[in-house]
Design a protein around this ligand. Sequence first.
Ligand SMILES: NC(=O)C1=CN([C@@H]2O[C@H](COP(=O)(O)OP(=O)(O)OC[C@H]3O[C@@H](n4cnc5c(N)ncnc54)[C@H](OP(=O)(O)O)[C@@H]3O)[C@@H](O)[C@H]2O)C=CC1
Ligand SMILES: O=C(O)C1=N[C@H](C(=O)O)C[C@H](O)C1
Length: 256
Amino acid sequence: MTGASVDGDRTPIKVGVLGARGRMGTEVVKAVNAAPDMEVVATVNSGDDLAALTAAEVVVDFTHPDAVMDNLRFAVDHGLHAVVGTSGFTDERIETLTGWLADKPELGMLIAPNFALGAVLAMRFAQQAARFYDSAEVVELHHNRKADAPSGTAAHTARLISTARAEAGRGPGEDATTSELDGARGADVAGVRVHSVRLPGLVAHEEILFGAQGETLTIRHDSLDRTSFMPGVLLGIRSVLSRPGLTVGLEHVLGV
Ligand SMILES: NC(=O)C1=CN([C@@H]2O[C@H](COP(=O)(O)OP(=O)(O)OC[C@H]3O[C@@H](n4cnc5c(N)ncnc54)[C@H](OP(=O)(O)O)[C@@H]3O)[C@@H](O)[C@H]2O)C=CC1
Ligand SMILES: O=C(O)C1=N[C@H](C(=O)O)C[C@H](O)C1
């Protein structure tokens, strides 16, 4: 049986890392190799043959929104569990993955828009607050090498707010803007305005702002270093083996 030794102790979880040379991939390789219960058995970078991944039980993907679906197709076809941090997951993509996994019910796949504990909590708190406020906007701030805007975390946060306020019988708050320069009010994600800032020096930051009569509420999270994502990634690797099907969001693993 894969991963189990004769005396019942589990052998280290075999992990393949996609995007291993990147900012996140580099940290993942270090964190996995430093963990006592797992080891990196394959690293894949852009242009490499994915076949090396078949030595793994779990693949971790921190690549690019344009690359991740092909990588996951390979993982599902080859019976590999997957932990995914790459951004760009639309409802349509989630539906596609659900279809693929239906044919491999034993496989687990975890997609987490953000692996940092504080970011997961910030999204949960925003979801709770959204029941009480019509008006909410999201500001995400990232390093200037980031490929996509808005961030996956901000898009996910906006969708959570939108769903929570709809469930509470609320709509988007009043906005009297009738004249604006293109982009001045940010992107509309599920009826929530999302603003993206890109600056060298930043890592990953998000503010969720709520407004009501005479008051505002601001929820802010800052990842100051990419090591902030690693406890969540390691937890994801450990848990995906016993979570068949698709899980979207680390909150479901953390139970928050
Ligand atoms: N969920 C979370 O908590 C977090 C998610 N992210 C997300 O992770 C992703 C990666 O971020 P980051 O590490 O900063 O980006 P980087 O650009 O630093 O790293 C991405 C790496 O993936 C490689 N790559 C591209 N295509 C492929 C492919 N088909 N197969 C294998 N490797 C490939 C790139 O290689 P090359 O440069 O040669 O193209 C690059 O080395 C982004 O989508 C980002 O938003 C980031 C931080 C936290
Ligand atoms: O590219 C990044 O850096 C990050 N990407 C993720 C996102 O798009 O939300 C997670 C985190 O914000 C860092």
